[in-house]
Design a protein around this ligand. Structure first.
Ligand code: NA7
Length: 534
């Protein structure tokens, strides 16, 4: 039997849940399919020790409901994953969202029927659902990738990828633990595991530039003061490039003297959150010379914090400048390498040859482990789409259409795929953003378009090829000057573990959240220019 809905949403994370709420308010019938057995998306899956916000907690929460804002208190300025997952569950309860979510259900694919103008969505177990609209809310970092190291399956001890962390408690006491990967996830995990592991061996291919998080609890005195500032917090986010509470310094680093510059860097390095990345001088991200001044400043901090000078040098990136890849935020990360139980292995000097039944064989030695943790990242932004078989007009698959890189209209529509909306999709400001801020914009824009169509009795909407070409061109042009497009990172679609993903192809939108929002608003006010309706 094929169930029928107005809308099918794939994913019950931050975006899927809000989209469900908005569309239900429009009186539409909605079914959400979710692979996990609970809500939360990223915060459901990434339950590795140390997982937490790098955004100020109160800037990350949903802003659309005063009731939700009033009823929830964050316990820390940068909350840990268990608290965030509790928050998402609180929202799901409060808005009674679960009754429209089918949990533990993977979607295999969906195809559009040009005659009936309906999508047929297929679960992996062969169940079918039909809907007018199909909305992907699958997250930009939802497909973990294992390293392409020989023998990964041969290891007999415990092995976990951070993105599929088990729901049961994992203990490190007295155990010999290996961590592969030193991105934002690896850094959060390493500083936590090092506290209790018998030994911790970190396998680092490339170091990243990290900065102190300066997290702290929120006490009963500060709590009401933070609540009183919510409107200000959201306004700040609304006007900042990445929708964080940090707006960039309008001066250029190179216009100041070294002492003046360093004073700014010192202040930002000592402050909580992403200020050193998002609240810093503008030219740092477009001018290599300017960027080098900040990189040198942070390199010296690493040298001050790590006792062994040779280890410190290994932890300082040399193949990219500060802020050109995702900046991992840390709490005593560098000091971990001063502990007797922690060892850093630089894979540039000592590559892994293979993983075997007892541990890891490097070019120099065979190292026994009780546990190997893979913090090796994700098939970013497009990965979630690649594993879905989505077929639009004339049976064209999304994978074929995007074979040479994504092409979208506003990162939310794909020409030839009518009534499909991709929340936080490729070339959408939301994947380079304090994500819930941009998610709310995405969801509200889609909801307005759905309401527009419903009130006019319109059956389908599709982006024109011209509008799609224009947006795709604009995405690349706005990224062109940015130094971050010139380094290897998931921003640029690089994943060394996936064949064919070694060429840089920018997956985000670098023009900033305010410019993106204005553009989306302008399209809506123009009566949805660049789209055809039936
Ligand atoms: P990232 O940032 O993609 O980091 C993955 C890490 O794993 C990185 O250090 C990689 O080294 C390393 N890696 C990947 N494959 C291998 C192999 N085969 N061998 C050795 N090392 C490897 O993912 P994260 O999960 O840390 O962060 C993802 C996002 O989540 C982050 O940006 C936040 O927004 C939240 P490399 O640098 O590629 O040499």
């Amino acid at each position: 039997m094929t169930e029928k809905f107005d809308v099918v949403i794939i994913g019950a994370g931050i975006s899927g849940l809000y989209q469900l709420h908005k569309l239900r308010k429009l009186g539409l019938s909605v079914r959400v399919y979710e692979a996990g057995d609970g809500v939360g998306g990223t915060w459901y899956w990434n339950r590795y020790p140390g997982a937490r916000f790098d955004s100020e907690s109160y800037s990350y929460q949903y802003a659309f409901s005063q009731e939700l804002l009033d009823e929830w208190n964050w316990s820390e300025h940068f909350a840990a994953q268990p608290e965030t997952l509790r928050y998402v569950n609180f929202v799901a309860d409060k808005l009674d969202l679960r009754r429209d979510v089918r949990f533990s259900t993977y979607i295999a694919g969906a195809s559009f029927d040009e005659k009936t103008k309906r999508w047929t969505v297929r679960t992996e177990t062969g169940e079918l659902a039909e809907s007018k609209f199909l909305i992907t809310a699958i997250g930009p970092l939802s497909v973990p990738t294992m390293p392409n190291i020989e023998g990964v399956d041969d290891f007999n001890g415990d092995a976990f990828h951070t993105g599929y962390w088990p729901q049961h408690d994992v203990k490190f006491e007295g155990r010999r633990v290996a961590v592969i990967g030193t991105g934002a996830t690896g850094v959060q995990l390493i500083q936590e595991v090092a506290k209790t592991a018998g030994t911790l061996t970190v396998f680092q291919r490339n170091p990243n530039w990290c900065a102190p998080l300066h997290n702290s609890p929120i006490d009963d005195v500060e709590q009401p003061a933070i609540h009183a500032r919510y409107a200000e917090v959201f306004e700040l986010c609304r006007n900042s490039h990445g929708a964080f509470m940090h707006t960039s310094d309008t001066r250029n680093a190179l216009d100041l003297s070294k002492d003046e510059r360093d004073a700014v860097y010192e202040k930002l390095y000592g402050e909580p959150g992403f200020g050193i990345w998002m609240g810093n001088f503008r030219d740092l991200f477009v001018d290599e010379q300017a960027n080098a001044t900040l990189s040198e400043f942070v390199a010296n901090k690493i040298r001050e914090r790590v006792d062994n000078p040779a280890v410190a040098e290994k932890l300082i990136p040399t193949n990219h400048g500060f802020g050109l890849r995702r900046v991992p935020m840390e709490t005593n990360y560098y000091e971990v390498y001063n502990q007797d139980n922690v060892r850093l292995i630089d894979l540039g000097e000592t590559p892994i040859e293979r993983i075997n039944a007892t541990g890891i064989q490097t070019s120099e030695e065979n190292l026994p482990f009780d546990m190997i943790i893979y913090a090796t990242g994700f098939d970013a932004v497009v990965g979630g789409f690649n594993r879905l078989d989505i077929r639009g007009v004339n049976g064209q698959t999304l994978n074929d259409k995007w074979a040479r890189g994504p092409r979208t209209h506003l990162g939310m529509q794909v020409s030839g795929f009518p009534n499909l909306f991709t929340l936080v999709g490729p070339h959408n400001a939301a994947s380079f953003c304090n994500i819930p801020r941009c998610i709310e914009q995405n969801v509200e824009w889609v909801s307005d378009l759905v309401a527009y169509m419903t009130s006019r009795g319109l059956e389908t909407v599709d982006a024109t090829v011209e509008a799609e070409d224009e947006w795709t061109e604009h995405v690349y042009q706005s990224a062109d000057r940015m130094l971050l497009t010139k380094v290897d990172s998931w921003f640029n679609g690089i994943n060394s573990n996936i064949p064919g993903r070694q060429e840089r192809n920018f997956l985000l939108y670098a023009g900033g959240a305010p410019a993106y929002r204005e553009r989306c608003d302008a399209v809506a006010t123009s009566g949805y220019s660049g789209m055809t309706f039936e």
